[in-house]
Design a protein around this ligand. Sequence first.
Ligand code: NAD
Length: 435
Amino acid sequence: MNNQNVKPAEGKLGIMVVGLGAVTSTFMTGVLMARKGLTKPVGSMTQYDKIRVGKGADKKYLPYSEIVPLTKLDDIVFGAWDVYPADAYRSAMYCEVLKEKDINPVKDELEKIVPMKAAFDKNFAKRLDGDNVKDCKTRWEMVEALREDIRRFKAENNCARIVVAWAASTEIYVPVYEPVHGTLAAFEQAMKDNDTEHIAPSMCYAYAALAEGAPFIMGAPNTTVDIPAMWELAEKTRMPIAGKDFKTGQTLVKSGFAPIIGTRCLGLNGWFSTNILGNRDGLVLDEPENFRTKEVSKLSTLESILVPEAQPDLYTDYYHKVRINYYPPRNDDKEGWDNIDIFGWMGYPMQIKINFLCRDSILAAPLLLDLCLLSDLAARAGRYGIQRFLSFYLKSPMYDYRTDEVPVNHLFQQYTMLKNAIREMGGYEADEEID
Ligand SMILES: NC(=O)c1ccc[n+]([C@@H]2O[C@H](COP(=O)([O-])OP(=O)(O)OC[C@H]3O[C@@H](n4cnc5c(N)ncnc54)[C@H](O)[C@@H]3O)[C@@H](O)[C@H]2O)c1
């Protein structure tokens, strides 16, 4: 059953990624290799997962592409912006996530992905010093130059649709500032007045994408689309937005593990998470102002799963701490440690230790693919504004804080939201309760 209200995935989909670093080059290489049948898109739910549709005797488990019209990997065209001029091949080689033998078969295609000049402001990422940067006098000029890039890319590559995703470095923390971020009119005026304190370069990319009729995804913890002005723009342009921060390693474990403690009604005294990471992402996050953005995003996970107000005996005053330490020898191979101090029957304390030896970009690449394909689907289904069904993929899911809406961090509740949305877009009943 395919819902007639969802437009078909005809023609090419342009995936334009901000930042051509470790995550992006790993993502692009994997898609191009999979297209040639030289690798498998492991970890991508749009390529593997099956969802139940129908109930009782009528129930079937179908892959997403048999429920909704999804863009095929063969129909994707890649574009990117970066502060550094290296093409996708050089970037993949430099980042050392993948072995040369897994990059070389698609070398020619990767070399053709040359980053466009970045809309960049060094104050937002002090550790970066590339020169592939646009020369713009105001934030508004940045937006206009980016809009021009999107239009040109779309025409040159004969794309039917565009999705823009941020997989660039984490910017410094920009808290919501109502006089500028509260309404679209104020926000546009601030861009024209070149308010460089409250308008991050990432906001210019998001604005440009939405204005050009492209969904926007925030893969870093930047507050870019967490502001009412951007929600207003998404509504006006009827485009989907999703964010923020790919839920890859430690937070994925946290949002899947915390429900074990919660469902068994065990108590929590503290949760200490630390990581070592040696790639360029780790370098940027070594700057305290940039780490602050990440910290806020990572800390939000537990509060809505182990809720003090709901279970005061179990979850009052637990201590939650998150650290990231830049340690170059490990490069992209992140190691995370979690120490969880729980208590059980009659308050007796116990400890759980989790040691996750992961690969950051290997975990992030399939998320980027799924987020792009599902945002494109949402746009074709006429969904716009905050896409809560994509919370599953994100560390700090977006929600409208002006209403009594709360973010959903619980991994299995998020999965239910994802499944229900796919069912609905496929013309089936969204038949699972989120509980
Ligand atoms: N890998 C993961 O598991 C993971 C998880 C969650 C979030 N993230 C986030 O994804 C982002 C990318 O991670 P990565 O490991 O690929 O980092 P990376 O440093 O390898 O790549 C980021 C690239 O972005 C570029 N860049 C910075 N500002 C830019 C701008 N304004 N315009 C265009 N390009 C710009 C940098 O030059 C760099 O090449 C980071 O913000 C990271 O925090 C990654």
